[in-house]
Design a protein around this ligand. Structure first.
Ligand SMILES: O=P(O)(O)O[C@H]1O[C@H](CO)[C@@H](O)[C@H]1O
Ligand SMILES: O=c1cc[nH]c(=O)[nH]1
Length: 290
């Protein structure tokens, strides 16, 4: 039995941060960083049966062309993903009344619709990219027993190539669900790539405003790095943790990115909301045939 201090429930029996009960979620989950993006998705739904909100975690569940889908906002960062993935998994796989694991494990399908910055010239702003793998610079997965599925050879090559200041977390590499990547990139206009996830938007993604960088060559090195046929294509702040926790808990995940910045050319999308809207429509359309 899991203690009250470990699996915290609200007075109404919902999970602590997400404010959700098991019946409130579908098997198919879309995650977004920005809570405002939820309405941009569910405005296309046939109907919405449930809505709730606590802090940056907002949820709506409804149906799109007869598919039941839950849309959850995670806010920014892998620390929030730790909360969202663990609480979604608890809703699916722990009996909240007895606080025991359910006998039969439920597998969730998790699709992130996010924004991201490209670090390769030929992946322009307004492009779509499906993350085949994520490189986590965030260190979160090292708090879990993740050895079995982390891709050590890739991570080791990258670690040696980058030679970052030793105070930083060692990068880890984890794959998406390949069937989901293939499904969501059938359409030739979707790039496939390796997404770098880091703990911040500025120095952790090599951006300099007033504060200087400890490792000034970090992003240039990421851009030129190669392992087998893989290159690191884009940067954002959640995908590594979504992929890692999904593997750990037995769920399937894919991260779909609207590229809104190109760090090599210095471009920013002229209309990033429109780029996201296009990715939402594309992803919803592909969800129908899952
Ligand atoms: O647009 P979302 O999904 O929030 O994703 C990206 O945008 C945020 C930074 O602006 C980070 O969360 C990053 O991962
Ligand atoms: O460059 C970018 C753009 C969106 N989100 C990020 O985290 N980085």
């Amino acid at each position: 039995m899991i203690k009250e201090s470990e699996l915290i429930l609200n007075a109404d029996g919902s999970v602590y941060h997400l404010n959700l009960k098991p019946e409130n979620i579908a098997n198919l989950i879309i995650t977004v960083g920005d809570p405002d993006r939820i309405d941009s998705i569910t405005k296309h739904f046939d109907s919405v049966e449930f809505k709730t909100q606590k802090r940056e975690f907002q949820t709506q569940t409804g149906t799109y062309k007869n598919k039941r889908i839950t849309v959850v906002s995670t806010g920014i960062g892998t620390d929030n993903i730790d909360i969202v993935l663990n609480e979604l998994d608890a809703l699916a796989n722990i009996n909240l009344k007895t606080r025991e694991f359910k006998e039969e494990q439920q597998q969730l399908t998790i699709i992130r619709i996010g924004t991201s910055g490209s670090i390769q010239k030929e992946i322009p702003v307004d492009a779509f990219l499906a993350s085949e793998k994520a490189v986590g610079f965030d260190g979160l997965l090292y708090y879990y027993q993740s050895d079995a599925f982390l891709e050590k050879e890739f991570a080791e090559h990258l670690h040696e190539y980058l030679d970052l200041h030793p105070h930083k977390a060692r990068p880890y590499v984890v794959s998406a669900d390949q069937d989901l990547v293939d499904h969501f990139s059938q359409d030739g206009r979707v790039f496939k790539g390796v997404t770098g996830t880091n703990v911040g938007f500025y120095a952790p993604q090599g951006r300099v405003l007033r504060a200087g960088l400890q490792d000034p060559n970090f992003i240039d090195q990421l851009t030129t790095f190669k392992f087998q046929d893989y290159r690191i294509t884009n940067l954002e702040m959640e995908t590594s943790a979504i992929y890692g926790l999904s593997k750990l808990l037995g769920h399937k995940a894919v991260s779909m990115n609207a590229i809104i910045a190109n760090r090599e050319t210095g471009d920013f999308s002229k209309d990033s909301l429109k780029a996201v809207e296009h990715l939402i429509l594309y992803t919803l359309d592909k969800i129908i045939t899952l």
